[in-house]
Design a protein around this ligand. Structure first.
Ligand code: ADP
Length: 222
C-alpha cells in the first residue's frame, strides 16, 4: 500500500482544492479534512454548533479562529489521521490558525510533509465558482460544464447536486477578498519554513492531480 502523508493544501476559492483533496485522499489513503465540509455537515445535522457556523457561512465570513482550531484538533487526533496522516483543506486560513496548527502538530508529533499552494488567478477563480455545483450528501464537486451523468444526481452517491448557499456573487467576492487579506500572508509563512510547493491549478482534474502527486512524492522522497 502507498505510504500515507500529512499535507496542507492552500489556494484561493475556486482553485480546485476540494476536488483535488478528495482525489489525493483516495490516492494516499488518508482522511480529507475540509473545515468547510465539517461545518456544512454540522449545519445539516442541525446541531447548536451548526446553527452558529451557518450564520458565518451564509455571510461569507470566517468562523472564529478558536472554534476552527478546536474542531481541527479533534479531527486530527482521531485514529485514522494518527495512523496514516491527513489532508487539510481550507485550514489554516489566518496567521492565528497557522500558529495554532503548528503548536498542535508539534505537541502531537505529527509534522507536515508538504504544503501546497494551488495557484489560480482571481478572474479564473470567479468563473469557476459561478459554475460550481456540489453534492449535498457527499460533497463531490461538479460544475455546469462538468455535470453528473444523470440530471444533477451525484455519480458517486446518488445525492442531489446543488449550488452552495454561499456561492452567491456577494459572498464569493467577500471570501476572495478575505483570502487576499488573511490567507495570502500564509504563503510567506510556509515559504520561510521551506515547505511550500506551487502547483498550477489550471488544466483538467487529472492533469492537476498528476502534477500534485509528482510534486508531493518528490518532496517526501518517495
Ligand atoms: P470556500 O473555500 O469557497 O470559502 P469552504 O467550504 O472552504 O469554501 O468554506 C465555507 C465557509 O466555511 C467559509 O466561508 C467560512 O465561513 C467557513 N470556514 C471554512 N474553513 C474555515 C477556516 N479555516 N476558518 C474560518 N472559517 C472557515
Amino acid at each position: 500500500m502507498v505510504r500515507g502523508v500529512r499535507l496542507v493544501i492552500l489556494g484561493r476559492q475556486g482553485a480546485g482544492k476540494g476536488t483535488q483533496c478528495m482525489r489525493l485522499a483516495r490516492h494516499y489513503v488518508v482522511p480529507h479534512v475540509s473545515t468547510g465540509d465539517i461545518f456544512r455537515a454540522s449545519v445539516k445535522a442541525g446541531s447548536e454548533f451548526g446553527l452558529q457556523a451557518d450564520e458565518f457561512m451564509r455571510a461569507g465570513t470566517l468562523v472564529p479562529d478558536e472554534i476552527v482550531v478546536g474542531v481541527v484538533r479533534e479531527r486530527l487526533c482521531q485514529r485514522d489521521a494518527r495512523a496514516r496522516g491527513f489532508i487539510l483543506d481550507g485550514f489554516p486560513r489566518t496567521a492565528a490558525q497557522a500558529e495554532g496548527l503548528d503548536e498542535m502538530l508539534a505537541e502531537e508529533r505529527m509534522p507536515i510533509d508538504v504544503t501546497v499552494n494551488l495557484d489560480i488567478a482571481e478572474e479564473d477563480a470567479l468563473a469557476r465558482l459561478a459554475a460550481r455545483r456540489v453534492c449535498s450528501t457527499c460533497a463531490t464537486i461538479y460544475s455546469t460544464s462538468r455535470p453528473p451523468a444523470i440530471n444533477w444526481t451525484c455519480d458517486n452517491c446518488g445525492g442531489e447536486v446543488v449550488q452552495r448557499q454561499d456561492d452567491t456573487e456577494e459572498a464569493i467576492r467577500k471570501r476572495l477578498a478575505d483570502y487576499n487579506e488573511l490567507t495570502t500572508p500564509l504563503i510567506d509563512w510556509y515559504t520561510e519554513r521551506d515547505s511550500l510547493v506551487h502547483i498550477e491549478a489550471l488544466g483538467s482534474p487529472d492533469e492537476v492531480l498528476a502534477r500534485l502527486v509528482c510534486a508531493i512524492d518528490d518532496r517526501k522522497g518517495a
